[in-house]
Write a protein that binds this ligand. Structure first.
Ligand SMILES: [Fe+2]
Length: 260
């Protein structure tokens, strides 16, 4: 497999760049049009760019004609409501696929571990072009919430927890890393998620923003980690057993649709 990939992702699969001064901006996301979209956790989404510009969030490959997660078409109604978010997404200059604001309701650490998944960003992506990664710009101020990343789904020793205060900006190879957000707040969390094609534009945007690829995760009680991990593994096992008993075979599409 040969795609253009950025070397800065080699070490950890993610890059944290300088925070954006989020609180100076209006809260555009409060006025966006959201659509119900089942993902990992209790979520809704407001599309800024979709496969063909409609107010919907389906994977680009589920359209006619199908396409990879590039060349997203701006959803005019939401772009008009959120010009600053749109400008921030476009500022990178790389090819954009899906671009949307996620609304995530509060959850527990165990929920987040259960929700861990990898994306399928590069389905239909032609070899020889840029590998698709995703940026996450936290909009609400959630310093106690964490983007949880793991190389190995069931192994907590591979876990990194990235705090999500307002303005946090993280770019993640979400097809490599399992990811989900632990959001213990009492209000929904909002985040702008954009799919970008790897290439010189994204590389330049990252390199001028003091990129960091290794962090020390905020402390968590090892017992809480172990409990959350065990709970999630038990739920996953129960889900797998339920699927095995079902003859429908229709339960496998969640993972590729999931967001964080
Ligand atoms: Fe995801």
């Amino acid at each position: 497999m040969s795609y253009t990939q950025l070397p800065i992702f080699d070490q950890s699969g993610f890059v944290i760049v300088d925070s954006y001064e989020q609180e100076a901006d209006p809260r555009e996301w409060e006025n966006l049009v959201f659509v119900d979209w089942k993902s990992s956790g209790d979520t809704r989404f407001a599309p800024l760019a979709s496969a063909y510009g409609d107010m919907e969030c389906d994977g680009f490959w589920n359209h006619t004609p199908p396409k990879t997660d590039k060349d997203g078409v701006w959803v005019q109604q939401n772009v008009d409501i959120a010009p600053i978010l749109t400008r921030r997404a476009r500022e990178v200059g790389a090819n954009i696929g899906r671009c949307r604001v996620i609304e995530l309701q509060p959850n527990t650490y165990a929920d987040a571990i259960y929700n861990l998944h990898r994306d399928d960003n590069n389905r239909l992506n032609p070899e020889g072009t840029g590998w698709i990664v995703r940026s996450f710009y936290n909009l609400t101020d959630n310093p106690d919430s964490m983007m949880i990343l793991r190389e190995d789904l069931d192994d907590p020793s591979t876990e990194v927890r990235v705090p999500l205060p307002a303005g946090a900006q993280v770019v993640i190879d979400t097809q490599r890393l399992y990811h989900a957000v632990w959001h213990p707040g009492n209000q929904p969390r909002y985040c702008l998620i954009t799919s970008y094609e790897s290439g010189p534009e994204l590389e330049a945007w990252i390199s001028t923003r003091n990129p960091v690829t290794v962090i020390e995760s905020p402390f968590m009680d090892p017992a809480e980690i172990a409990q959350g991990n065990e709970s999630a593994m038990n739920k996953r096992a129960a889900r797998a057993a339920a699927r095995a008993e079902s003859s429908s075979g229709s339960g496998s599409s969640m993972e590729v649709l999931s967001e964080a």
